[in-house]
Design a protein around this ligand. Structure first.
Ligand SMILES: O=C(O)[C@H](O)[C@@H](O)[C@@H](O)C(=O)NO
Ligand SMILES: [Mg+2]
Length: 382
C-alpha cells in the first residue's frame, strides 16, 4: 500500500467561535474562517483524511518534510513514518510541530481503516463502543447571561445535567477578562456549580494556567471542600516541580500535563516525578493517535488513569480503546452556542451523545468522520 501523494485543500467554514487575545474561544457573531483537509493518497486510490487549521499543514511543511517522509513509503508503516517525522522535527527550525505530526498520523490511521473496512477503534482493539462524556465549559467571559458570574455557571451546569452529562469541567475567568485571574471568584463559580448539580455529578476545574504555587494551593484547597474530581493546569506546566509540590500538598487529584511539549516522553517524566495523580494526553498535544496510545498504555502500567484532552473523532477513538480513561471531553460549551448543531463540513456529529451522557463511536471505516465533500469543494480557498 504505497503512498503516492499528500494533498491539502483549504476551504471556508462558518463558525460562531471567536478566539480572544489569549487564544481562548468565546461565542460571537457568525463569521467565516479557513479550515484545511489533509489527504494521504495510496497507490490503489484509498484516501486517508484529517482536518487541520491551515497553518499546521501549510505548503512549506508539507513539501519539505511530510512528503519527503511519506511519498513512496508503505501507508501501513505508521510507527516508522511517525518516527521519521519526529526525527525531522529537530532540524526543521521549529517549523514541523507536534500538531502537524498529529494530523498526518490521524490521516494514516483513517487510510488504514478505510483500506481494511474497519473503524479505527476496532482496528486498534476496542475496549468499548460508547464513552461517558463530561461537558467542558468555555472560559468565563463578561457577556450578560453568558459566563460572567458564578450564578451563570450554576445555571448552565443545570442545563448540562438535563442534557445528560454526568461530568462537568469549568474553565473559569482568564485574561483578557478585566478582573481575572481571581482565585476567590474561581472558587465561587465552582461552589455555584456544586450547589446547582448536587453531589453525584463529577466536577473538574481547568484553571488559569499561570497561578503561583500559593494561589494554586489556595484554589486546590477550595476544590477539595467541594469534592472536585480533578484539578487541571493551574500553573505553568513547564514547572514540573511545582506540580510535584502541589500534588504533595493536596489530597484531591492533580491532572496533567496538557500543554507541555515533549510528547509521551514528557508524560513519562511527570509520572516518574510524581507531578500528577492522573496523567493527560491528547492527539493534537502529543503528535497523534500513535503517541497518545503510548502515553495511555504507559499510565496503565503505573496504575494511573490518563484523561484525553479535546473533542473530535481521533480523541474519542483513544478513549474508546482504553480502560484507564474515564471520560471523553465534549466541548467547548457555552449557553449561547448549540454544540449539537455541529459544523458545516461534516454531515453528522463525530461525537453524538445520548440522553444518558454517552458518546457513541461511529462504525464507519476509518476515524469515523462523515465528511461533507460538497461543502469543501463549494467553498475552496485553495
Ligand atoms: O486553554 C484552552 O484553550 C482551553 O482550556 C482548551 O485547551 C480546552 O480544550 C482545555 O484545556 N481542555 O482541557
Ligand atoms: Mg485543559
Amino acid at each position: 500500500m504505497i503512498i503516492t501523494d499528500v494533498r491539502v485543500k483549504v476551504f471556508h467554514t462558518e463558525t460562531r467561535k471567536h478566539a480572544d487575545s489569549a487564544g481562548h474561544a468565546h461565542p460571537g457573531p457568525v463569521h467565516k474562517v479557513q479550515m484545511a483537509l489533509l489527504t494521504v493518497v495510496a497507490e490503489d486510490g484509498t484516501e486517508g483524511h484529517c482536518f487541520s487549521p491551515p497553518q499546521i499543514v501549510r505548503p512549506h511543511v508539507i513539501e519539505k518534510s511530510v512528503k519527503t517522509v511519506l511519498i513512496g513509503a508503505n501507508a501501513f508503516d505508521r510507527e516508522k513514518l511517525w518516527q521519521g517525522l519526529a526525527h525531522w522535527q529537530r532540524g526543521s527550525a521549529a517549523q514541523l510541530t507536534d500538531r502537524t505530526l498529529a494530523i498526518v498520523d490521524c490521516a494514516l490511521w483513517d487510510l488504514a481503516g478505510k483500506a481494511l473496512g474497519l473503524p479505527v477503534h476496532k482496528l486498534i482493539g476496542a475496549y468499548r463502543d460508547k464513552v461517558p462524556a463530561y461537558g467542558s465549559i468555555m472560559c468565563g467571559d463578561e457577556l450578560e447571561n453568558g459566563l460572567a458570574t458564578p450564578e451563570d455557571y450554576g445555571r448552565f451546569a443545570e442545563t448540562l445535567v438535563k442534557r445528560g452529562y454526568k461530568g462537568i469541567k469549568l474553565h473559569t475567568w482568564m485574561p483578557p477578562v478585566s478582573w481575572s485571574p481571581n482565585v476567590k471568584m474561581d472558587i465561587k463559580a465552582c461552589a455555584a456549580v456544586r450547589e446547582a448539580v448536587g453531589p453525584d455529578i463529577d466536577l473538574m476545574l481547568d484553571a488559569y494556567h499561570w497561578y503561583s504555587r500559593t494561589d494554586a494551593l489556595e484554589l486546590g484547597k477550595g476544590l477539595e471542600k467541594l469534592g472536585f474530581a480533578w484539578f487541571e493546569e493551574p500553573m505553568d506546566e513547564a514547572s514540573m516541580s511545582s506540580y510535584a509540590w502541589l500534588s504533595e500538598q493536596l489530597s484531591m487529584p492533580v491532572l496533567g500535563p496538557e500543554s507541555a511539549s515533549g510528547k509521551n516522553f514528557t508524560r513519562a517524566e511527570w509520572i516518574k516525578h510524581g507531578a500528577c495523580d492522573i496523567l493527560r494526553t491528547g492527539v493534537h498535544d502529543v503528535g497523534g493517535i500513535t503517541p497518545a496510545l503510548k502515553t495511555m498504555r504507559m499510565a496503565e502500567g503505573f496504575g494511573m488513569n490518563c484523561e484525553v484532552h479535546g473533542n473530535g473523532a481521533p480523541n474519542l477513538i483513544v478513549t474508546a480503546v482504553s480502560n484507564n480513561c474515564k471520560w471523553y471531553e465534549r466541548g467547548l460549551l457555552h449557553p449561547f452556542l448549540e454544540y449539537d448543531d455541529g459544523v458545516d463540513y461534516l454531515n453528522s456529529l463525530p461525537d453524538p451523545m445520548d440522553d444518558d451522557g454517552y458518546v457513541h463511536l461511529s462504525d464507519r471505516p476509518g476515524i469515523g468522520e462523515d465528511i461533507n465533500f460538497e461543502h469543501i469543494d463549494a467553498n475552496l480557498v485553495s
